[in-house]
Design a protein around this ligand. Sequence first.
Ligand code: MG
Length: 255
Amino acid sequence: MREYQAWCFDLDGTVYRGKEPIPETVRFIRGLREKGAGVFFVTNNSALTPEQQSEKLEGMGITAAPEEIMTSSVATAEHLLKNHGALPVSMIGEEGLRTALESAGHRIVRESPDAVVVGIDREITYGKLADASLAVSAGALFVATNSDKAYPTERGLVPGNGAFAGLIELATGVSPFYIGKPSVPMLETLADRHGLKKEEMIMVGDNYETDIMAGIRFGIETVHVDTGVTRTEDLAKFGEQPTYALRTLDGWTEN
Ligand SMILES: [Mg+2]
């Protein structure tokens, strides 16, 4: 197993499950920090700011600076800025998305946006969906933080951002541009920001269809862990395989 200098970890199902840390990953990350390796976090969760996410990790014994945490909201704001400049944007979403858009210099507007950005919004209303659909039909760019159709909670799977973006797509006939994993803009933005080279990066995640696919599409090596969505025995169903498949990160041994 090679030495990697930039470890990119998915969060839910990889570092923790909801509020419960996954001890093997926490130990592994501590070891990486002691060796001085780069540790980064890449999450499709658009609701929390990097600062809030950093506090959550701190509570589990993991030190993470906000700059080391790439959320789909931050990547969305950066991607828009890089490709279209600062824009008047209308959004469906929570604090993580609002903060990311404003920090990048976009202006949040209700009327005549140049872009409609959709992230998870647990106070979504018909009015918000109607406004977004009307703006998309009028020609605004349509960007969604991530395509997760559902996400796990203590009660089971509940609608995710992909379900809401899909509703607007169904109503307008316009497909959104997705930022989160399995698309590559999050890893791209992280690499740009920290000057990381692909050959020194490795993506660790529990979900083949998001984490591992994002790593494969971006062209970096990957580790699948069996602590969340995709079971190890189901990996064979998929085409290109992760570089490493482990039950947990306790199985990672360097020669
Ligand atoms: Mg996950």
